[in-house]
Design a protein around this ligand. Structure first.
Ligand SMILES: Cc1ncc(C[n+]2csc(CCOP(=O)(O)OP(=O)(O)O)c2C)c(N)n1
Ligand SMILES: [Mg+2]
Length: 321
């Protein structure tokens, strides 16, 4: 982890990571209080991936997301209040309270959408890449998906087509070792999913997905390559979710020693230690940043809690038929 990005950028990255973690902890708390209709898939533990990648993107670049999408939305600059309101099923949410946790999108910040269908983001990212190429702009698309999604046909189809047409897409595999309760090694003979890139003739790299700087560096190279019209890259980020797959899944299928090892590699703790160790930030500055975010999250919750639910008559509005 080399810290030569400048204090401003590093603080911004720490803030985003801490913001995602605090947001997710709050969502879990609200879920436990029965205030969240529908299900949730928390991103806690994987913050370095979304933040490392999105810190290389401009506002007019794009991302596609997954069922585990809150972190991607926040990293790309979507509004916390509207994400939280959507999760609580409120009218002020991104889908007017009718989509919930897995359907958040904000075209104003290039967030093309989360999707509950595993692997469905890959062809959408490929299509956005094609549109960029046809419009001849220098934008890029970052496409987040899991290890499980990399076994879907869409992974092959989208990456192959993006490779052949040299589309500006960064395929980011968040390898957290599990797809629900299915361990990667029981359904794949390759250890590193990035190896699959060679099948499409594009670069593939595996990085420590709990090291935000490592992710940032890998994404920087991939983004530069994509902006120059040299085509896509597959980045595999090895990471781990702190909680179970969804809701209150106790994740009993994960060995206790494994959980312990990964919790010790917590991306936020590691980044904080690095920032303090290299005197980029002092302890009191970090505390100030964290306090500010916790206050912000309280305001976000208040806004969402006080927002109204949609009326029953609105159920058929915004429906395409
Ligand atoms: C096409 C499809 N198949 C199955 C499911 C059920 N499902 C939801 S999440 C999930 C696991 C996804 O695993 P991965 O891609 O590794 O993402 P992670 O949850 O680990 O972030 C599955 C099988 C689904 N939503 N869509
Ligand atoms: Mg997974």
């Amino acid at each position: 982890m080399e810290l030569n990005l400048g204090k401003k950028k590093l603080v911004e990255m720490y803030k985003k990571m801490f913001e995602i973690r605090s947001f997710e902890e709050k969502v879990f708390e609200l879920y436990a209080q029965n205030l969240v209709p529908g299900t949730i898939h928390l991103y806690a533990g994987e913050e370095a991936v979304a933040v490392g990648v999105c810190s290389n993107l401009r506002k007019d670049d794009y991302i596609t997301s997954t069922h585990r999408g809150h972190g991607h939305c926040i990293a790309k600059g979507a509004l916390l209040k509207r994400i939280m309101a959507e999760i609580l099923g409120k009218k002020t949410g991104y889908c007017k309270g009718k989509g919930g946790s897995m359907h958040i999108a904000d075209f104003n910040v290039g967030m093309l959408g989360a999707t509950a269908v595993v692997g469905a983001g890959l062809p959408i990212a490929m299509g956005a890449g094609l549109s960029i190429t046809l419009k001849k702009t220098d934008n890029v698309v970052a496409c987040f998906f899991g290890d499980g999604a990399s076994n879907q046909g869409t992974f092959h189809e989208a990456i192959n087509m993006a490779a052949v047409w040299k589309l500006p897409v960064i395929f980011v595999c968040e390898n957290n070792i599990y797809a629900m309760g299915t361990r990667q090694s029981t359904v794949m003979l390759v250890e590193n999913i990035a190896e699959r890139a060679s099948a499409y003739g594009i670069p593939g790299v595996t990085v420590d997905g709990n090291d935000v700087i490592a992710v940032y560096e890998a994404a920087r190279e991939a983004v530069e390559r994509a902006r120059k019209g040299e085509g896509p890259t597959l980045i595999e980020c090895k990471t781990y979710r702190r909680k179970g797959h969804s809701r209150i899944d106790p994740a009993k299928y994960r060995p206790a020693e494994e959980v312990e090892v990964w919790l010790r590699k917590d991306p936020i703790k590691r980044f904080k230690e690095k920032l303090l160790g290299e005197n980029v930030l002092m302890e009191d500055e970090i505390q100030q940043v964290e306090r500010g975010i916790l206050i912000e999250i309280e305001e976000v919750v208040k806004f969402a809690m006080e927002s109204p639910y949609p009326n029953a008559e609105e159920a058929l509005e915004d429906v395409y038929a």
